[in-house]
Ligand binder design. Structure first.
Ligand code: DX5
Ligand code: ZN
Length: 218
């Protein structure tokens, strides 16, 4: 079974960002996950446009931008211009989700919607056909290296069923605490894309770890 790995740049060494991006370029990862945090939607601040532009300059992989910010509608075009291929906003951060999804698509990017662990998959029922990516959070967003929340597996299954029933072409991405210990279970449940930060960057050979994640289910 095929899975896309999206290593989280949040876990990279920012003093050697170009080196780490080049390392990821040489791996089987198809996407790079870029976590933008504003200190308001989540209790942490990461980085914004200059870092995304720098990453973009050194990679042709898909730049998968996860916005953990309030009022994301104010910045869609700016993230697209900085190099985002996919722009994912949080359901919980948006009042007019239908309109933000269209805004993202009109910018030329693919549209993703992220759900916090406590937000049920069913809230996406009416927009699932408009979405390119559903991002299921398996930790409370804000930090890398947290423990996987097991009930996320059932949410992946529910989401897969919703997608199949609605003829949507959305892919399911899982983010937080994902690694070699749970990748197979998530893929079997219906995950198409796995984000991995700590599980990749804390190992001695991240390229090999990505290889193992890609091939976790034969
Ligand atoms: C958490 C971020 C994640 C994080 C994942 O708020 O959205 O993308 O970087 O890191 P790990 O894989 O270490 O949990
Ligand atoms: Zn993320």
């Amino acid at each position: 079974m095929k899975v896309i790995i999206s290593p989280s740049v949040l876990s990279a060494d920012f003093g050697n960002l170009q080196r780490d991006i080049e390392m990821l370029n040489s791996s089987e990862a198809e996407w790079l996950h870029i976590d933008v945090m504003d200190g308001a939607f989540v209790p942490n601040i990461s980085f914004g446009f200059p870092v995304l532009s720098a990453v973009r300059k050194h990679t042709s992989k898909v730049c998968d931008v996860h916005l953990m910010i309030v009022e994301p509608q104010r910045y869609i075009q700016a993230f697209r211009d900085a190099g985002a291929d996919i722009i994912t906003v949080h359901y919980e951060a948006v009042t007019h989700l239908d309109s933000v999804i269209h805004q993202i698509k009109n910018s030329g990017a693919k549209a993703g919607v992220a759900l916090n662990p406590a937000t049920p998959v069913s809230v996406l029922k009416d927009v699932i056909q408009l979405i390119d990516v559903v991002l299921i959070m398996s930790v409370n967003p804000g930090f890398g290296g947290q423990k996987f929340i097991p009930y996320a597996v059932n949410k992946v299954k529910e989401c897969k069923n919703m997608i199949l029933q609605s003829n949507s072409s959305a892919v399911i991405e899982v983010d937080g605490g994902v690694g070699l210990n749970n990748a197979a279970e998530l893929i079997t449940a219906g995950a198409d894309v796995l984000v991995a930060g700590n599980a990749v960057f804390s190992t001695a050979n991240p390229v090999e770890t990505i290889h193992q994640l890609v091939h976790s289910v034969k």
